[in-house]
Design a protein around this ligand. Structure first.
Ligand SMILES: NC(=O)c1ccc[n+]([C@@H]2O[C@H](COP(=O)([O-])OP(=O)(O)OC[C@H]3O[C@@H](n4cnc5c(N)ncnc54)[C@H](OP(=O)(O)O)[C@@H]3O)[C@@H](O)[C@H]2O)c1
Length: 364
């Protein structure tokens, strides 16, 4: 017993001595040396965490898998379908307009053929009903789907008062139910196959920062995040990983159409953000969903916004979790500057509106 205590004492002494030595070494450093050493140690720690994460994170190969992309005839959906095709997947695209699907298929087919795979298209309104999705998406021709990308969506911007109730209904139907129905239709076979898989919900950066003019769109895209967060718990035991993608403004036909209705204030508040290509958003979707990321963002602003929202999101990829732990406080601090600038713009707009109303009343 005495020998054991003596051994423990000498270990404790050694640790204390090392701490004192390190402390002394730090105290004798100049400020510049201290910053340099802190930077080195911080970088080494990050590198270590990154390397460690590689061993404890999900991975997925798309080669020979069947990927079904709703909204795959245009914009982000089409760019994503092309990326999967290049990686050797069989790809099926889904949208309503057959003509647009045929044109998209011409673009997609050569990439699939290069890897010996098939490309096909299905005309289906994913928001029509669950039965419609069951009928069109489950049959021998379509076969088993390993990866489902729910990308079909629509966006109309306008102040809450200016948006019709029907526009709220349309966005909730297309963006939320249009993702629920295909997922409900395809999930049972995905689970039964025992091969695992991926389900991706394409939301929007607006599902992380809902600004003036996006009441309807934000409601629909935030709903997707809740849906995905609950669903991932149900399907992870079957090797199926769920992701939510938060694209920033992206140069697509859908973005062009949205810009026509976007109020000036919404344009001003989002002016600081960069417009990305659908190719870069697609690259992030394909790469990070394979790694099991729950949240998928594009660009630095997207990354920062994601760190603001770790909440109770799952930990399928250690590196994604570490980032949230390390940077969420910093992201919140930066966000306060944006919020105060946006508030100032909104107060200014409200004052202008009040002034115009008073002038109109006087004119009567
Ligand atoms: N572009 C951006 O700046 C941006 C930013 C953040 C998030 N997003 C989201 O990313 C997704 C794709 O956007 P995008 O800009 O690439 O749009 P897009 O160019 O307008 O493409 C939309 C696709 O969805 C299909 N679609 C729409 N409603 C459908 C329905 N009810 N059933 C089946 N297919 C339907 C369209 O084809 P049909 O019309 O022929 O059906 C088309 O293939 C959307 O969910 C959008 O909200 C876009």
């Amino acid at each position: 017993m005495d020998a054991y205590l003596q051994k423990m004492q000498s270990v404790v002494d050694k640790v204390l001595l090392t701490v004192l030595e390190v402390n002394h070494a730090f105290l004798s450093l100049t400020v510049r040396e201290l910053i340099f050493h802190s930077f080195l140690i911080g970088s080494a720690a990050l590198l270590f965490l990154y390397a460690l994460s590689k061993f404890f994170s999900a991975s997925f190969s798309y080669k020979g898998r069947h990927v079904l992309v709703t909204g795959g005839s245009s914009g982000i959906g089409l760019a994503t379908a092309v990326k999967y095709a290049k990686l050797g997947a069989r790809v099926t695209i889904v949208a309503r307009n057959q003509k647009k699907l045929d044109i998209a298929l011409e673009q997609l087919r050569p990439h699939c053929e290069k890897t010996g795979q098939k490309a096909s298209a299905i005309s289906c309104d994913t928001s029509a009903s669950f039965e419609e999705c069951q009928k069109k998406l489950i049959n021998d021709k379509v076969g088993l789907v390993d990866v489902l990308v729910n990308c079909a969506g629509t966006s109309i911007a306008g102040s809450f008062e200016d948006l019709d109730a029907s526009q709220f209904e349309n966005m909730l139907r297309t963006n939320v139910l249009g993702s629920v129905y295909p997922t409900k239709a395809l999930l049972p076979a995905m689970k039964d196959s025992g091969k695992g898989g991926r389900i991706i919900f394409v939301a929007s950066q607006v599902a992380q920062v809902a600004i003036h003019g996006y009441t309807a769109y934000a409601a629909s895209k935030w709903a997707l995040r809740g849906l995905a967060e609950a669903l991932q718990m149900e399907v992870k035991p079957y090797g199926i990983y769920v992701s939510v993608c938060y694209p920033p403004d992206t140069d697509t036909p859908g973005y062009e159409a949205e810009m026509v209705t976007k109020p000036d204030i919404t344009k001003r508040l989002s002016a600081a953000g960069q417009v990305f290509s659908s190719d870069s958003v697609a690259k992030d979707i394909v790469q990070f969903s394979a790694k099991g990321y729950f949240g998928i963002s594009t660009g630095f602003d997207g990354w920062l916004l994601k760190q603001l929202h770790p909440g109770m999101t799952p930990c399928n990829n250690l590196w994604e979790c570490w980032q949230g732990i390390l940077f969420s406080g910093l992201a919140r601090l930066i966000s306060l500057f944006y919020i105060s600038a946006w508030d100032a713009e909104c107060f200014e707009l409200a004052a202008e509106e009040q002034k115009a109303k008073r002038a109109a009343k006087k004119g009567k």
